[in-house]
Ligand binder design. Structure first.
Ligand SMILES: [Fe+2]
Length: 396
């Protein structure tokens, strides 16, 4: 069975951030991350909230790839402030943290670590009731994670060096605001990494084992827009049209993967993020060509459809699917994405020593279940890492 589950409201386009002033909210907790988003929240978000008669408290400090202990910390901050709305403002980390902290604000007696591990493993979960105290509005300041419209919240267990992608439709935000204005200050390397995350979402949703026609149409358009507009947004951060189209790609790709699921590019990326804190979009980017290469025997026709949609030439599906890999690598070069070896940097030695454990964590990731080609054992995920490390392709 296929379905599309979404926030109740999605506002899209320049100026939509002003919708905050019209929303019926009394006490708003604004959760955000580092210095630049905090400044943006102070300059753009707080005046809109306070100027329209709402109480608002800024809760900055979410770390990139947020750890379990921050879920506890922000739960406590929320319990103290007692908001009726939580506003997640930032990239994937701030909004993912807002989602998880919200659940434990609603259900403060639940043990955080135990539950994150439970909900971050296995099937999509139904959570204990939330929305009794607060609702969630999310505003993305990057164009890639899509977390303002998705069912996911990725939290790191720093002790076990493992990422837990909590998956539940209960945490799809109530309202999502996609205003490209807040992306204009994004630096080029973040534009590139998050843009590649969006491309990975769309490609993985399109070829996943969960057939979902509406999601697939959104995925195709998102893929086309990333190839067309990411180089422009990367080269010129204030290209307003490119920023808007990339934000649109981000939104479409996220609706697609939140409803049609993902594949093992994300499994490999989650493990790289858990072990080495490699930025999520970068980790996807370095693995994507090699995962397509692995999947081609099971999904050649679907990769060929993508290739045709973005205008690549070729008559045989085999040539078109291989052409897609070449095109992904060409895009990555244009936007400064390195290979896996360079992305690991000083962690390369540790990676080589602990490859079995990194590969095992990738194999255990829940996204393996919907990958188009069956992944039989950690030997498969290990071989894909080795191919990425050596730049070795069978089909490309
Ligand atoms: Fe992702």
């Amino acid at each position: 069975m296929a379905w599309i589950r979404l926030p109740r409201e999605i506002a899209f386009g320049y100026g939509t951030i002003n919708h905050l002033a019209e929303m019926d909210m009394k006490r708003v907790a604004v959760i955000c991350g580092g210095a630049s988003t905090t400044r943006l929240a102070e300059e753009r978000i707080l005046p809109l909230l306070k100027g329209s008669g709402k109480e608002a408290e800024l809760m900055p400090g979410v770390r990139p790839e947020p750890p379990m202990r921050q879920v506890v910390e922000f739960k406590e901050r929320l319990l103290e402030f007692e908001p009726d709305w939580i506003l997640g403002f930032g990239g994937g980390s701030a909004i993912d943290l807002a989602k998880s902290a919200w659940v434990f604000y609603e259900q403060p007696e639940l043990p955080v670590e135990e539950k994150i591990k439970e909900w971050g493993t296995g099937p999509i979960h139904t959570l204990p009731p939330i929305r009794r105290k607060a609702r969630l509005v999310a505003i993305e300041t990057t164009s890639g994670t899509g977390t303002a419209v998705t069912r996911g919240s990725v939290i790191i267990d720093e002790v076990g060096k493992k990422k837990y992608p909590v998956r539940s439709y209960d945490i799809v935000p109530d309202v999502a605001i996609y205003d490209p204005e807040v992306c204009l200050a994004m630096p080029p390397h973040i534009t590139a990494n998050t843009g590649m995350d969006a491309l990975t979402h769309a490609i993985e949703a399109y070829v996943s084992t969960q057939d979902n026609a509406p999601a697939e149409w959104l995925a195709l358009r998102a893929i086309q827009y990333v190839f067309r507009y990411l180089p422009r947004a990367y080269a010129n951060p204030v290209d307003r049209e490119a920023r808007e189209k990339m934000h649109e790609a981000n939104l479409m790709a996220a609706i697609a993967f939140s409803n049609a699921s993902l594949g093992i590019t994300h499994a490999h990326a989650h493990s790289l993020g858990g072990h080495y804190r490699m930025p999520h979009g970068l980790a996807n980017a370095v693995m994507l060509p090699y995962v397509i290469d692995f999947n081609i025997p099971a999904a050649e026709a679907k990769y060929a459809e993508i290739a045709r949609f973005i205008g690549l030439g070729g008559l045989r599906d085999a040539d078109l699917a291989a052409g897609l890999i070449t095109e992904v690598l060409r895009l990555e070069k244009l936007v400064g994405i390195p290979g896996l070896k360079d992305a690991l940097g000083d962690d390369l030695d540790d990676f080589l020593t602990n490859l079995d454990s990194v590969a095992k964590d990738a194999f255990d990731d829940p996204t393996v279940a919907t990958n188009p080609r069956k992944v039989s054992s950690p030997a498969d995920t290990k071989a894909i890492y080795q191919n990425a490390l050596q730049g070795r392709l069978i089909h490309g």
